[in-house]
Design a binder for this molecule. Structure first.
Ligand SMILES: Cc1cc2nc3c(=O)[nH]c(=O)nc-3n(C[C@H](O)[C@H](O)[C@H](O)COP(=O)(O)OP(=O)(O)OC[C@H]3O[C@@H](n4cnc5c(N)ncnc54)[C@H](O)[C@@H]3O)c2cc1C
Length: 433
């Protein structure tokens, strides 16, 4: 019977190396070069980062989620989860290990649906870590419901002409190309009438109108673009997958992306718990250290309990993806991880912030960034509410309605059935009395 919670010693020694490497070499990049992960490397930054990427390659840990044919190790999702929970501590770490969102998901769909020419032009540089990509799906008037998208691609001879608006296209300002979802046939259901296009960012007509910043970032210097596509002409070869395949492709992409966020969230939440515990042991007030106060003990116990459940669930879901090799089959659990992820991170980061007192709320500690990240997790790749609907629908598939007025577990009926089943023994007992 295969049922094991241990990491094999060979991979564990790699993870130990990653843990030390991220703490000592990569986490300092977050402070030395903040918010620059998705800006192409040049000058001194390249001098600092390239040797780290080289070291990761030497250790055989570059883009491990990809198969060997794409330059990775083909480790699969479970091993990626164990790796990602360490990388989640640092915003630069996924870049240094070649597994950053949204490029992982974008690479995955090009690998899956791209032609050999598209793979050579877009996938190869992406895998080498030399360019960035952007996924351009959400529109200013509609996000959670993709059937409302109106960006249109119309065939004109052997070209497609794209017109419309997109919102929150992450990293568009530094990306070499955009993956754009557009309506190609308005006369059929949106599920069959939308297509994906690979559009180089410098194509005439691609206008980044605003770089929307997340809270705390300077206005118009953020990394989430509002883009106007105005008569953007691309060749037939720009179509990714078949015409009308956008929804199928989006599901392939978002399934992986969501669980990868969950893996990294474990790392961030663990970091918050580490800080909570250190502070609890270090700070003294009203006659004892914080760790001796029952309220604080409650914070620690609740945080540990939430994190350990979440971690096991994410590892289990990753294992399921490896086992079935089918995101659709694991949809319920991916959506469940997506639903609980913001709460886990929010709760643990919030408690850690509280225990740090005034200092915790300042820009000298990372807690507010974590709490904000929890908010982001509740929206990026779809709002929590929508994923809860998915979970509920999937759970309900395993049930059917009672065909009686009363529920099947209605006790009077069950008691009657039980008495009938064991009637002879019941009579005997009565007789003995
Ligand atoms: C940091 C970040 C990065 C992102 N990156 C990208 C990207 O690279 N590319 C891209 O295309 N998009 C990206 N997005 C956009 C993201 O996919 C959307 O924000 C998300 O799909 C929700 O769409 P919306 O913001 O338009 O909200 P809306 O669709 O307007 O929904 C608003 C709120 O309404 C409620 N709601 C919506 N639907 C339901 C429902 N069925 N039942 C109950 N309540 C509901 C929820 O509370 C929801 O939060 C990113 C978002 C964030 C925050």
């Amino acid at each position: 019977m295969a049922w094991d919670f241990e990491t094999d010693p060979e991979y564990q020694s790699k993870l130990d190396w990653v843990d030390a490497f991220v703490r000592e070499e990569v986490e300092p990049l977050d402070l030395a070069f903040p918010h620059l992960q998705f800006v192409p490397l040049e000058g001194k930054r390249r001098e600092a980062v390239d040797p780290l990427k080289e070291e990761v390659r030497r250790q055989g840990l570059w883009a491990t989620h990809l198969g060997p044919e794409l330059g990775g190790q083909g480790y699969g999702q479970l091993k990626l989860a164990l790796l990602n929970e360490i990388l989640g501590r640092s915003s630069w770490a996924p870049i240094v290990f070649g597994c950053q969102a949204p490029d992982t998901g974008n690479a995955e769909i090009i690998a899956h649906y791209g032609t050999p020419e598209q793979k050579e032009r877009y996938l190869q540089p992406l895998l080498e870590g030399e360019c960035f990509s952007s996924y351009s799906m959400t529109e200013p008037h509609a996000g959670a419901d993709p059937t409302l998208f109106t960006t249109r691609a119309v065939k004109d001879g052997d070209e497609w002409v794209i017109n419309g608006w997109k919102f929150f296209s992450s990293n568009a300002r530094t990306a070499s190309f955009l993956i754009v979802m557009a309506v190609t046939n308005p006369d059929v259901s949106p599920y069959k009438g939308m297509s994906m296009f690979l559009v180089p960012t410098d194509t005439p007509g691609v206008d980044i109108v605003r770089n929307v910043g997340l809270y705390g970032e300077p206005v118009n210097e953020g990394s989430h673009a509002l883009i106007h596509y105005e008569d953007v002409r691309v060749s037939e070869e720009a179509l990714l997958g078949g015409e009308g395949q956008a929804f199928v492709i989006a599901q392939t992409r978002l399934g992986g992306g969501r669980i990868h966020h969950a893996m990294r969230t474990i790392g961030m939440a663990q970091k918050a718990l580490d800080m909570l515990c250190e502070r609890a042991l270090s700070r003294e007030t009203q006659g004892s250290i914080l760790a001796d106060k029952q309220f604080v003990q409650g914070y620690i116990a609740d945080s540990y309990a939430q994190l350990v459940q979440f971690r096991l669930f994410v590892l289990y879901t990753a294992w399921e993806i490896d086992k079935y090799n089918d995101y659709k089959r694991v949809r319920k659990d991916i959506a469940t991880a997506k639903v609980v992820m913001p709460t886990i991170l929010h709760d643990i980061a919030w408690r850690a912030m509280q225990v740090h007192g005034a200092l915790g709320t300042t820009n000298e500690m990372p807690f507010f960034g974590m709490v904000h990240a929890a908010g982001v997790m509740g929206l990026a790749d779809g709002p929590t509410e929508v994923h809860k609907v998915t979970v509920a629908r999937q759970v309900l598939r395993d049930y059917s309605a009672s065909d009686d007025l009363w529920p099947t577990q209605w006790l009077p009926k069950r008691q009657e059935a039980a008495k009938a089943k064991y009637a002879q023994y019941l009579e005997l007992e009565v007789g003995n009395q």
